[in-house]
Design a protein around this ligand. Structure first.
Ligand code: NAP
Length: 440
C-alpha cells in the first residue's frame, strides 16, 4: 500500500472540526477507497485551548497557519479559515509554492485570487481543489470541471445561499415579514449577526463568479456581477407571485448572451411547478444547461459542518488517489493562462419576462396609462391585474401587477421610468425578473 497522505488543516471551526471527526470515524473506509491512509498530522487555529470535540494533542500545533503551510511535513494543506486576505491567502500561496496540494472551502479567497492561485498550482505541479466553496456538499465544481468536459454550457444558475432561501421560504409558507424571518434565521444560527453579506447577495456572487469561470472558461470577474439582494422583497410580492403561479428565489445566474456573459444575482420569479421552485429552506440547488447533456439539476445541503466536510473529504480523497507524475486536471477547468478575458453581458440587454408591481392612485385612466406605457416600449403582457383596495386601506390607492412576455431590461426600465413621470405612482415600483428553467 502507498504511504499515508499527510495533511495539515488550518482552521478548526465549524468545517475544520467536522472534517477531523469525519476523517477519524471513516479512516478504514477512506484507506480502502483511496488505497492509502489519510493522516492528519498538523493543525492551526487561533485559540489552542478551545474544546473542539476532538483531541488536538495528537497533532502538531501551529499558532501561525502560514508557518504550518511553509514548514510542516505534509502533502496537503487544507485551508478552512475563510476570508480573502491573510492568513488564508498567504498560507495557500506558501503551500502551493512548495508544491503542496491545497484543498480550500473559501469562496471569498477564490473569487479574489482564484486565477493567480490556480496558476501557482499549475507552475508547481500541485492540485488546488475547492469543491466546498460553492453550494457546500453539492459536487458542482467536479461536474463542471470534469464530468461535463466537451459540453458547451449555455447557462448555470442556482440557489446558493441557504440564509436567503430560508427567509424567502418562511415568508411564503408562514406569511411572515422579511424582518421576522431574518430574526428567526439568526436565532436558529442560519444567519450571521451581521447578515448583510448573505441578504445583499454578495455570498451568492462570490460563488457565481467561480461557476462562471468553470462554465465559460473566462477569468474570474467577481466585481462584474449585477447584484440585488432580497431586502426589498415584501410579503406582497411573494403573495402576488404565488397567485400568478411563481415563487421568488434569490438566484445567481450566469448565461452566455450575444453581448457577453451575463452574471447576475437577484430575486427571481421561477414557475411554481419547476423543480428549483420546490427547493426550500437552507437547501441549495445548482442547474447547468449544456448542449450535449441538456439540463442537470443538483439539489442538496449547501452549508453546515458535515455537508461541507464531506466535500472537503472528497477533494482530499481525489488527491490521495491521484498518481504522482500524472497530468493534473487544471483547477479552473483549463490552464489559468488560457482563461479568456471576461466580457460582461450588460444587464440592460438582458432578455426575459418581468413581474412589475405598481402602487398607484385609485383614479380613472391609470390602468390604461400603464398599459400604454408598456405598449410604447414594445412590451407584450402575459397578464395585467388590478388588485382591489383592501377594506381597511383608507388611502385611495390600488395595486397593478403586470407579467410581461420576454422583453429587454432596457425596455422595462424605460417603461417604468415613463410611468414614474405620470404622477399617479405611490412609492417605488417593484420589478422582479422571471427565470424559466429550460424544460418549463
Ligand atoms: P469558522 O467556524 O469561523 O472557523 C474558522 C476557523 O479558522 C476557526 O477555527 C478559527 O480559529 C480559524 N482562524 C481564523 N483566523 C485564523 C488565523 N488568523 N489563524 C489561524 N486560524 C484562524 O468558519 P467555518 O464556518 O468553519 O468556515 C471555514 C471556511 O469554510 C470558510 O472559508 C467558509 O466560507 C467555508 N464554508 C463554510 C461553510 C459552513 O457551512 N460553515 C460552508 C461552505 C464553505 P479559532 O477556532 O481558534 O477561532
Amino acid at each position: 500500500m502507498a504511504d499515508a497522505l499527510r495533511i495539515g488543516i488550518a482552521g478548526l471551526g465549524t468545517v475544520g472540526a467536522a472534517l477531523i471527526k469525519v476523517l477519524q470515524t471513516r479512516s478504514e473506509l477512506l484507506t480502502v477507497s483511496c488505497g492509502r491512509a489519510i493522516d492528519v498530522v498538523a493543525v492551526s487555529a487561533r485559540d489552542r485551548s478551545r474544546d473542539r470535540g476532538f483531541d488536538a494533542s495528537d497533532f502538531q500545533w501551529f499558532d501561525d497557519a502560514t508557518e504550518l503551510a511553509r514548514t510542516a511535513d505534509i502533502d496537503v494543506f487544507v485551508e478552512l479559515m475563510g476570508g480573502n486576505g491573510d492568513p488564508a491567502y498567504s498560507s495557500v500561496k506558501a503551500a502551493l509554492s512548495r508544491g503542496l496540494h491545497v484543498v480550500t472551502a473559501n469562496k471569498a479567497l477564490l473569487a479574489r485570487h482564484g486565477v493567480e492561485l490556480a496558476g501557482l498550482a499549475e507552475q508547481n505541479g500541485a492540485i488546488l481543489n475547492f469543491e466546498a466553496a460553492v453550494a457546500g456538499g453539492i459536487p458542482v465544481i467536479k461536474a463542471l470541471r470534469e464530468s461535463l468536459t466537451g459540453n458547451t454550457v449555455n447557462r448555470v444558475y442556482g440557489i446558493m445561499n441557504g440564509t436567503c432561501n430560508y427567509i424567502l421560504t418562511r415568508m411564503e409558507k408562514e406569511g411572515l415579514t422579511f424582518e421576522a424571518c431574518l430574526k428567526e434565521a439568526q436565532r436558529l444560527g442560519y444567519a450571521e449577526a451581521d447578515p448583510a453579506f448573505d441578504i445583499e447577495g454578495n455570498d451568492t456572487a462570490h460563488k457565481l463568479s467561480i461557476l462562471t469561470t468553470l462554465a465559460f472558461g473566462t477569468q474570474i470577474a467577481a466585481d462584474d456581477i449585477y447584484l440585488e439582494g432580497i431586502t426589498n422583497i415584501s410579503l406582497d410580492d411573494i403573495l402576488a407571485a404565488a397567485d400568478l403561479g411563481y415563487r421568488i428565489k434569490l438566484l445567481g445566474v450566469a448565461q452566455k448572451t450575444a453581448s457577453g456573459i451575463e452574471q447576475r444575482v437577484h430575486p427571481t420569479m421561477v414557475p411554481q411547478d419547476s423543480v428549483i421552485a420546490q427547493v426550500d429552506g437552507v437547501t441549495n440547488a445548482v442547474a447547468i444547461e449544456s448542449d450535449v447533456l441538456g439540463e442537470l439539476l443538483m439539489v442538496g445541503p449547501g452549508a453546515g459542518g458535515n455537508a461541507t466536510a464531506s466535500a472537503v473529504m472528497g477533494d482530499i480523497a481525489d488527491i490521495a488517489k491521484s498518481h504522482p507524475g500524472a497530468q493534473l486536471v487544471p483547477s479552473l477547468g483549463r490552464p489559468a493562462k488560457q482563461l479568456a478575458p471576461y466580457k460582461r453581458g450588460e444587464i440592460q440587454s438582458h432578455e426575459g419576462g418581468y413581474f412589475i408591481r405598481l402602487t398607484v392612485e385609485d383614479r380613472t385612466g391609470v390602468f390604461a396609462s400603464v398599459a400604454t406605457r408598456m405598449a410604447e416600449n414594445s412590451i407584450s403582457l402575459e397578464s395585467i391585474v388590478q388588485r382591489p383596495k383592501k377594506h381597511d386601506d383608507k388611502a385611495e390607492r390600488q395595486t397593478i401587477i403586470l407579467v410581461t412576455h420576454a422583453t429587454t431590461e432596457q425596455s422595462v426600465r424605460r417603461a417604468v421610468g415613463a410611468i414614474k413621470t405620470e404622477g399617479y405612482l405611490i412609492g417605488e415600483p417593484q420589478v422582479i425578473r422571471i427565470e424559466r428553467p429550460k424544460a418549463a
